[in-house]
Structures are given as structure tokens and as C-alpha cells.
Design a binder for this molecule. Structure first.
Ligand code: FES
Length: 236
């Protein structure tokens, strides 16, 4: 008996990017468009655009997510659904400095629990909370891959080395005074996406590649429809 196979699945048509962004700044929008031009499909730039928007506001506001959705041709709910999966993207407001203390095994054995308790007590917030002055959001983190410098602490996703109660208090004082601003910029600030070069793509080439892909998709859809018609006709 021959195995029955259904029609070849066809990718859903790409949603057109239509809405006019109203929240993101002109500079962020320009960088967003340059970033989108690097990808064959605009929606592939969704995560880099989330980082760009986070650089503007420090977190992903609903307005920014709506702008991103319009730029890449998805719904705001899809932006939220993607962003909420990743630790480095924040869909709720956070402080200027997100301080992450790892409490996984290597750090646990080197005083992470005591350090976290000290941090909660001196900052006056539980893990997950933000200080009243908006300077610090405290996070309890899983392994941050810096186990040989335990207990590992990150500020805005930059490693600041192992900390004890005393050095932690100094670190927080430095963050509040701006003494380490050159080394640890405000939350959301990107380093790698701000390149002197490498963010340019030839728009004509991108347009021609996208047109070719759209044609290929249409051909696949037509072939799938023809196969479905044939199998429907032969089964009756
Ligand atoms: S266990 Fe803390 S960084 Fe790996």
C-alpha cells in the first residue's frame, strides 16, 4: 500500500510593512532600516530592532513594539511574544542599571546567596525589584558563564567580576554617581551594533533578492496547489 502524502506546506504570505512609526526616534529608525536591509526577510531583523528600541527607552515600550511590528510586517503581539522569551529584552520598565547576581551552583558555593541577601537588604528591594530612585533593578540570574569568578555579577550584561558585600556596595555607589559610566553605560545601550561600517547593504541587490524569493515562493505555492488538485482528482 502506498503511503498517502499531503500537499507540500507553503509558507504564509509575508505581511506588508505598512504602519508609520510614531515612537522611535529618527536616528533609531534610520538604523532600523539599515538593519532590516541586511536580511532577506524584514521579520528576521525583529530581535536586533528590539535591541535598538531598548537602547532608546531602556526597555521595550508598547509603542516601540508597535513601531517594530510595522517595520518588519508582523503584529505587536508577535513582537511581544518574541521579546518576552529573551532575558536581555525587557517588556517592563527597568532601572538604569540591571544588576544580575548568579545563584547557580558554582556561585552558590562561593557565597551568591549571602551576596543576594546583602544586595536585597542594602538596596531595599527583592530580586526582580527596582530601587525607588530608578538606579538599580536587581535580578537573580542563572549561570552567566563566568563561573571561575564566583559569585558572578553583571551590570547591564557587562561582567564586573566576583563581588563580596563590601565591593558590591562600592559598585552600587559608583553606578549611582556615574563613576563607571564609561565602562557600564545605561541599560539597553548597545556596543556591537554601533559599528563604523558593516551596516550597509545595497538596496537594489536586496530588492532583487527579495523579488526572486517572492517568485520562488509563488512557484512553490502553485506547485503545491497543482499537487493537491492531482491527488484530489485521482482519489475520487
Ligand atoms: S554558576 Fe555562576 S556564572 Fe556559572
Amino acid at each position: 500500500m502506498s503511503e498517502q502524502t499531503g500537499p507540500t506546506p507553503v509558507a504564509p504570505p509575508r505581511r506588508a510593512a505598512t504602519s508609520r512609526p510614531g515612537h522611535l526616534s529618527a536616528e533609531i529608525l534610520e538604523r532600523a532600516r539599515q538593519t532590516i536591509a541586511l536580511y532577506p526577510e524584514p521579520r528576521s531583523a525583529l530581535i536586533p530592532l528590539c535591541h535598538l528600541a531598548q537602547e532608546q527607552d531602556g526597555w521595550l515600550t508598547p509603542e516601540a513594539m508597535t513601531d517594530i511590528a510595522g517595520l518588519v510586517g508582523v503584529t505587536p503581539a508577535e513582537v511581544l511574544g518574541t521579546a518576552s522569551f529573551y532575558d536581555m529584552l525587557h517588556t517592563e520598565p527597568v532601572g538604569a542599571h540591571v544588576v544580575s547576581i548568579c545563584t547557580n551552583i558554582a556561585c552558590l558555593l562561593n557565597g551568591a546567596t549571602e551576596l543576594l541577601e546583602h544586595a536585597e537588604s542594602t538596596l531595599g528591594v527583592n530580586a526582580g525589584g527596582t530601587t525607588a530612585d530608578g538606579a538599580v533593578t536587581l535580578e537573580e540570574a542563572e549561570c552567566l558563564a563566568d563561573c571561575d569568578r564566583a559569585p558572578c555579577v553583571q551590570v547591564n550584561h557587562r561582567f564586573v567580576g566576583a563581588q563580596n558585600a563590601e565591593t558590591f556596595d562600592r559598585l552600587v555607589a559608583d553606578l549611582r554617581s556615574g563613576a563607571r559610566a564609561g565602562e557600564i553605560p545605561g541599560h539597553g545601550t548597545l556596543g556591537r551594533i554601533r559599528r563604523a561600517n558593516g551596516l550597509e547593504a545595497d538596496p537594489a541587490r536586496v530588492a532583487s533578492e527579495r523579488a526572486a524569493e517572492a517568485e520562488a515562493q509563488a512557484r512553490r505555492a502553485e506547485a503545491a496547489r497543482a499537487a493537491a488538485d492531482t491527488s484530489g482528482g485521482s482519489g475520487s
